[in-house]
Design a protein around this ligand. Structure first.
Ligand code: ATP
Ligand code: MG
Length: 364
């Protein structure tokens, strides 16, 4: 991965520009952690990068980055820039390309995210990010109040890195977060969710959630049930407790899962009707939320005679024939009935048994 990245730097530099690895990749590399994407910053403009890498693409939320794919790794290449104007405490609305690495580093959020690596693999660290990395400290580049008021997402990024890296926030950052927390209201729920998901899916989620509560960010984020969160491997279990599908964006599948978890969580005890209706996954998530082992319900689920209505060994046609009746709404009622009988082992799931039951109970 590193060799592929250094090769890209070499290609850009062979055209007379400067280029460095920067941000998450260098940070995680020094911490011995895996990264997916690699950020590069360069003096080449997007137009010049397009000429160097004809197969590169410009992402649809065009903010002057060029994306190059090599060996399944996504390289996001941005031109050295100064951010001139910010709108509503979120994202710059005006940027200026510059020819200076140091200036580009100053516009970034935290010192640990401003460490660079050159094409020879040498670390270039103008802002002493490495020292903070070694001390496990998250420090803003320059004044924290200014950083957070330029882009309030940095508040959540600070909490996110404190969580995923298990680092500490400086006193200055903590105070500035408390002073600027109201600005979170101005961010889109979509951007907030991206950061929150990274906090919630971290192995260290407990620390992240305590930090959000301690810094009083729960109200600002509309997450009033944050202190009731239960820790499981399911991200949607956390969102189910937070109960904010009317505010935060979720896909229809996520919404469905959240709703099922909320419904099952309301029942006091697990039983075969719930297991059958909601399935093993949702039931297991809820058991874990309650701090229970999933062994018992897994055994019960596996012992169920049917797991879906499709498993019932008769069709509507079979029943119509047996009862000598045309199609009608009565069929649904019969299926509801035999489904329960089979589920509770009062009726065997065999065609002749079911049809005999139907003729005994439903023949007019
Ligand atoms: P990861 O990719 O692991 O989420 P990252 O630090 O690489 O973490 P990216 O969103 O990929 O985060 O951003 C790349 C770099 O761009 C960051 O390391 C940081 O230097 C800078 N950056 C990203 N978002 C901001 C921001 N909101 N304000 C200032 N600088 C930022
Ligand atoms: Mg990154």
């Amino acid at each position: 991965m590193l060799n592929t990245a250094l090769k890209i730097l070499e290609v850009i530099e062979s055209h007379g520009y400067k280029a460095y690895l920067v941000g998450g990749f260098v940070r995680d590399y020094l911490l011995n952690l895996d990264t997916n994407d690699i950020d590069i910053n360069t003096s080449a403009t997007p137009k010049e990068l397009k000429e160097i890498f004809p197969d590169s693409v410009i992402p649809k939320d065009d903010y002057g980055a060029v994306v190059v794919l090599r060996k399944n790794i996504r390289f996001e290449i941005t031109t050295f820039r100064k951010e001139i104007a910010y709108k509503d405490n979120r994202r710059p609305i005006q940027i200026m390309y510059i020819d200076n690495l140091y200036q580009d580093l100053l516009r970034r959020d935290f010192t640990i995210n401003a460490i660079c690596m050159d094409k020879d693999g040498e670390i270039v660290d103008f802002l002493n990010g490495r020292e903070d990395l070694e001390q496990h400290t998250i420090k803003t580049i320059g004044n924290s109040d200014e950083k957070f008021s330029e882009d309030a997402l940095r508040i959540l990024r600070a909490v996110r890195f404190a969580t995923t890296l298990d680092f500490d926030l400086t006193e200055e950052i903590e105070c500035a977060i408390k002073r600027n927390k109201k600005l979170l209201k101005l961010l889109s729920y979509e951007r907030k969710r991206e950061e929150l998901d990274k906090i919630f899916t971290s192995k260290n989620a407990k620390k992240g959630i305590s930090l959000l509560i301690r810094l009083n960010l729960d109200c600002e984020l509309d997450l009033l049930s944050l202190n009731e969160v239960k820790y499981t491997d399911s991200l949607m279990a956390i969102w189910a407790i937070l109960n904010v599908t009317d505010l935060y964006p979720f896909t229809s599948n996520e919404k469905e899962l959240i709703q099922s978890i909320q419904e099952v969580y309301q029942f006091d005890n697990m039983n075969r009707t719930i297991l059958y209706k909601y399935g093993l996954y949702v039931s297991s998530v809820v058991e874990e939320m309650r701090g229970q082992s999933t062994k018992e319900i897994t055994e019960l689920y596996n012992s169920l005679p049917i797991h879906d209505r499709k498993d019932i060994m008769v069709t509507g046609d079979d029943i119509m024939k047996a009862l000598n009746r045309p199609e009608g709404s009565y069929l649904k009622k019969i299926f509801d009935d035999i489904e329960q009988e089979i589920l509770y082992n009062r009726l065997e799931n065999r065609k002749e048994n079911i049809l005999l039951y139907c003729t005994e109970h439903y023949k007019s």
